[in-house]
Write a protein that binds this ligand. Structure first.
Ligand SMILES: Nc1ncnc2c1ncn2[C@@H]1O[C@H](COP(=O)(O)OP(=O)(O)OP(=O)(O)O)[C@@H](O)[C@H]1O
Ligand SMILES: [Mg+2]
Length: 403
């Protein structure tokens, strides 16, 4: 028999024409902000009460609210939905109000945050050669000239850090900036978003009390709530008849101990992918089981996107843990391995003091934990362990890391 290879075109076209359970899978993606955020009415109402003054009497006061809750409980989605709704309500009243959402995991300093805001308000603002404060003044002038108001959401606020040379800590600056423009309209209101209130501990007392004034809590979702969430999102994303109530219940039961909607949505999406791979027109419980095995892995792209020295710090922890075969390692052990890794790559190691910051960031990501040593150690030392991720996975992702 003559072997006749299929043309790439036929392979691709064949795949594209296979039946699928999805009608619009993007509706399940984590950054999609649905119009309907079920079980978050209390939070949406609280936000409305805090910020209604921005459209009722613009400029009269700079409002602040802090959103707190665990992973995947809807903080980001609620803030974004609220922001875009407030923008359109303001537009209806002829008020120029912009909602800007900045993720501090990506933009970690005051300068980078202000730059992000400036770029959105006025793409032509030059940002080189300016200090954060100077750039802010330019921005403020534009806001005044255009009679514009800003609601700025700072997401994952724990990652915002102070850098040498900046006069004020970022949150001090942003929450007190209006003091400089007393008797002029207040143009900047803030929403801060965090998993816990630890970030407040190092801050000035007056800033702390301002930020604690309007704390809006997000509880973890229960099984029934998760069921409603994935049912609604599933209706937009998955073809009618492909999703049974049994599968929805299974996914919400599996996700309930975490209370995390992102996890539940990812399970649903992956289960749909398994159904497609088998050309099945329905999502079955076995697809959910397979999906669960995949989703339990920590998303590795997050690790690969970390700054270089944080990656090397994480890799050092993994290497020392592997060698010691224990659950914890000491900061001292990690530091010496880190130095060797830097030397091998011909890069200058960072100072000891930086490690606390790396540790904090990796703790915030939920992949590292730390505790003080007890019996069996000389003196008090910090012990570090890995969570939600294996040594092997870290090594695989980062070992070739020479960037
Ligand atoms: N009530 C809800 N209805 C529909 N979708 C929701 C709801 N709550 C959360 N989601 C969805 O779940 C996912 C996770 O929500 P979100 O990103 O807002 O979580 P988060 O609290 O910001 O978590 P993290 O602390 O990890 O950033 C998103 O896709 C979001 O759209
Ligand atoms: Mg979020």
């Amino acid at each position: 028999m003559i072997w006749c290879p299929l043309l790439a075109y036929d392979i691709i076209a064949g795949e594209m024409n296979r039946p699928t359970v999805f009608k619009d899978e993007a509706k399940l993606f984590p950054d999609h902000v649905p119009a309907n955020l079920v079980h978050r009415d209390p939070q949406l109402k609280s936000l409305s009460r805090v910020f209604r003054v921005m459209i009722e009497s613009p400029g009269s006061v700079a409002q602040k609210a802090t959103l707190v809750g665990d992973v995947g409980v809807g903080k980001t989605a609620v803030a974004k939905r609220f922001g875009s709704t407030l923008e359109s309500l303001a537009r209806d009243r002829g008020i120029s109000l912009r909602y800007i959402h900045v993720n501090c995991y990506k933009d970690r300093t005051l300068f980078l945050v202000i730059k992000k805001v400036a770029q959105q308000v006025m793409p032509s603002i030059p940002d080189r050669g300016f200090s954060a404060q100077e750039l802010f003044q330019t921005l403020w002038k534009i806001l005044e000239d255009e009679n514009m108001y800003l609601l700025l959401a700072l997401d994952e606020i724990d990652f915002l850090i102070s850098v040498a040379g900046e006069k004020d800590a970022p949150l001090y600056f942003l929450s007190r900036v209006a003091d400089e423009y007393l008797n002029r309209p207040q143009r900047l209101s803030l929403i801060l978003i965090t998993r816990n209130l630890d970030f407040l501990s190092g801050l000035d007392k007056s800033v702390q009390s301002t930020l604690l004034h309007n704390v809006i809590k997000f509880e973890r979702y229960g099984a029934d709530q998760l069921h409603d969430i994935i049912k609604l999102r599933g209706q937009d994303a998955i073809r009618e008849g492909a999703l049974s109530d049994e599968v929805l219940s299974m996914i919400s039961d599996i996700s309930a101990p975490r209370g995390d909607a992102r996890y539940a949505l990812e399970l649903l999406w992956r289960a749909g992918k398994y159904a497609d791979a088998e050309s099945n027109t329905r999502v079955l419980p076995e697809h959910v089981r397979k999906a669960q095995l995949d989703v339990s892995q920590f998303p590795m792209h997050i690790i690969m996107d970390l700054p270089l020295h944080e990656r090397l710090f994480l890799l050092s922890v993994a290497k020392v843990l592997k060698k010691s075969r224990s659950a914890y390692v000491t900061m001292g052990e990690v530091e010496s391995t880190y130095r060797v890794l830097c030397e091998n790559r011909g890069i200058e190691p960072r100072k000891h003091t930086q490690f606390w910051e790396y540790l904090q960031n990796l703790k915030n990501l939920g992949i590292m934990y730390a505790k003080l040593s007890g019996a069996g150690y000389r003196g008090k030392t910090t012990l570090i362990g890995l969570l939600n991720i294996s040594i092997e996975a870290v090594e695989e992702a980062l070992s070739k890391d020479g960037k």
